[in-house]
Write a protein that binds this ligand. Structure first.
Ligand SMILES: O=C(O)[C@H](O)[C@@H](O)[C@H](O)[C@H](O)COP(=O)(O)O
Length: 239
């Protein structure tokens, strides 16, 4: 049986529509008095996610980079900066902005987390934030956010929402990232993995149920949609 959480898009327009619908559904059908809180990752998903967010400048939304590099906002490596370059100026007030002093990763993680807490994001019984929607990417090694295979951060199960990392194998090395339990606590994750470089890892996770990758747990969880393209789905039987 085809897994209903695996979506093999047929074209870039098809993928854009999936992402746009995900944002639309959470923004338009939300009737809470609180802001809709959306988490975003960096990498190749930035343009498609920015395009999906763009129509909602007038809405009560807040956006949090669930994986951020410890660089200034103007730096080409800043994920938040990459989104802001593509979005209208009104979005600057919607993003959590890293503290100006970005030299200490663990201080940055604590103060970035305090921004999310100040938004009064709903929490699970276990005290983790329940993001309305998270957009995640995935590397060919099965990492997501800055949760890399074999790294101790993948095993973290404590109360902190945002963790610091000084030795990311993907440059730049100094970053902050939400924890895996935070990803599992989100109301919905949309994990976008495109391109032939991700075909093998997707086959392992989806078909072989390989538990060895940071993203494997998201496959077993019911809160994640896997959005592929034909190149990344080339080895996926999805049966
Ligand atoms: O800031 C980052 O580096 C990301 O949050 C990271 O987790 C990214 O999403 C994956 O590495 C996939 O990146 P690509 O889509 O560019 O392959």
């Amino acid at each position: 049986m085809v897994n209903p959480r695996v979506h093999i898009t047929k074209s870039p327009a098809d993928l854009e529509k999936f992402v746009a619908d995900a944002v639309h559904n959470v923004v338009v059908f939300d009737n809470n008095p609180f802001p809709v809180v959306i988490g975003v990752s960096g990498g190749s998903i930035v343009p498609v996610v920015a395009k999906a967010l763009e129509p909602y400048a007038g809405r009560n939304i807040r956006i949090f980079a669930v994986d951020e590099r410890l660089v200034a906002l103007e730096d080409a490596d800043s994920n938040t900066g990459a989104y802001l370059k593509l979005l209208p100026p009104a979005f600057k007030d919607k993003f959590a902005l890293l503290p100006v002093d970005v030299t200490n990763a663990s201080v940055a993680a604590t103060s970035y987390e305090s921004i999310l807490r100040s938004w009064k994001v709903p929490q699970t019984e276990g005290g983790l934030p329940a993001f309305d929607l998270l957009f995640l990417g995935m590397g060919p090694d099965g990492h997501t956010c800055s949760l890399f295979p074999g790294h101790e951060l993948v095993k973290y199960s404590g109360p902190a929402w945002v963790l610091s990392i000084e030795d990311s194998p993907k440059p730049p090395p100094r970053r902050i990232t939400v924890s895996l339990p935070v990803l599992l606590a989100a109301k919905r994750n949309v994990l976008i993995a495109t391109g032939a470089g991700k075909a093998e890892v997707l086959h392992k996770i989806i078909d072989e149920k390989d538990q060895g990758y940071p993203t494997s747990k998201l496959f077993s969880a019911l809160n994640t949609d896997w959005v592929l393209d034909e190149a990344s789905a080339a080895n996926v039987a999805n049966e």
